[in-house]
Design a protein around this ligand. Structure first.
Ligand code: AMP
Ligand code: FE
Ligand code: FE
Ligand code: ZN
Length: 290
């Protein structure tokens, strides 16, 4: 689909956090880029959980659609038992240490999902085959795939309902998976030439938010930015994060965290300033594909 007119000079719409079916989104990378175009965005980052497997397909589609692509990954990590998500932008996907840690997280997520299904089976009748059918071959497995299988089975109405009940991190069916400590993840990303940005630090959906002390520790390890504009943040959260970013000399981003049909998040519902993207590109090992 062609743009109907030129974009006003200097106005660039940038969404730096999206997921495809290579992890727990529902659009293929190609479909995601097409949706990006329809949403009127100019730049998108593909940030699937613990993988770079969607980059190549996204790059081809972005080139065909005239969308600029930031290659990224949302790195699973943890701090004090709380799950933390770290966005890495423009890192070298071949760098062995980060690649090894991501592969380990993917493997651990797989075993964890099987164990959750084993625990859920008596009450729900859920089978591993049903969950497996919800994920694309080779995708990073997550609770959303289990949620989709529960929806398909008629146990819950949608992903959100599944997360509020059976898949809750404080519930009896929840199982943890292996992931690096948050500050260590920052160091791994930097070593791979990536630009580390803490995803949705105040999102309370995982039970607890990322404590300021953890953010400070990550900043000491070289964190570059905080995702502040995100639908899981209140106005107060955003204000708090802007103060923290000032204190720690971090930039702030805004993004949708789009997951296709799996979540209400719409592409471009929050965006990032062009100057911030310039900082990211200046620090990253890879360039933004345009
Ligand atoms: P996991 O990483 O497997 O523990 O699952 C967490 C993922 O589930 C996150 O990446 C979110 O995209 C997704 N998620 C969390 N809460 C919800 C929700 N309420 N509705 C839909 N998806 C959710
Ligand atoms: Fe997700
Ligand atoms: Fe996340
Ligand atoms: Zn995300």
């Amino acid at each position: 689909m062609k743009r109907t007119g030129p974009i006003p000079w200097g106005i660039v719409r940038i969404d730096l956090h999206t997921h495809s079916s290579v992890s727990d989104g529902t659009d293929s990378p190609t479909e995601l880029i097409a949706a990006t175009r329809r949403a009127g965005l100019d730049v998108v980052a593909l940030t699937d959980h613990d993988t770079t497997a969607g980059w190549e397909e996204a790059a081809e589609a972005a080139s065909a659609e005239g969308i600029a692509l930031v290659r990224g990954t949302e790195v699973s990590c943890k701090a004090g038992g709380v799950s933390v998500h770290l966005l890495s932008y423009l890192h070298d996907p071949q760098e062995p240490e980060l690649a090894r840690v991501l592969a380990d997280s993917r493997e651990s997520r797989f075993g964890r999902a099987r164990e959750m299904v084993r625990r859920l089976a008596p009450e729900t009748g859920l089978t591993w085959e049903e969950v497996s059918a919800q994920a694309q071959e080779g995708a990073t497995i997550g609770r959303p795939h289990i949620a989709d299988a529960l929806v398909a089975r008629g146990v819950v109405a949608d992903r959100s309902a599944a997360f509020e009940t059976l898949l809750s991190a404080s519930g009896p069916y929840y199982v943890r998976y292996r992931a690096p400590e948050a500050a260590e993840a920052v160091r791994l990303v930097l070593r791979a030439g990536g630009v580390p940005v803490l995803a949705h630090p105040r999102a309370a959906t995982r039970g607890r938010v990322v404590a300021d002390e953890v953010v400070r520790e990550m900043a000491r390890a070289g964190l570059a930015g905080l995702e502040s504009a995100h639908r899981d943040h209140t106005k107060q959260d955003r204000r708090h994060l802007h103060h923290l970013a000032d204190e720690l000399d971090l930039f702030t981003t805004g993004s949708s965290d789009y997951h296709g049909a799996g979540k209400p998040n719409q592409l471009g519902e929050h965006t990032t300033h062009a100057e911030v993207l310039a900082l990211i590109e200046a620090r990253g090992h890879l360039e933004v594909l345009r």
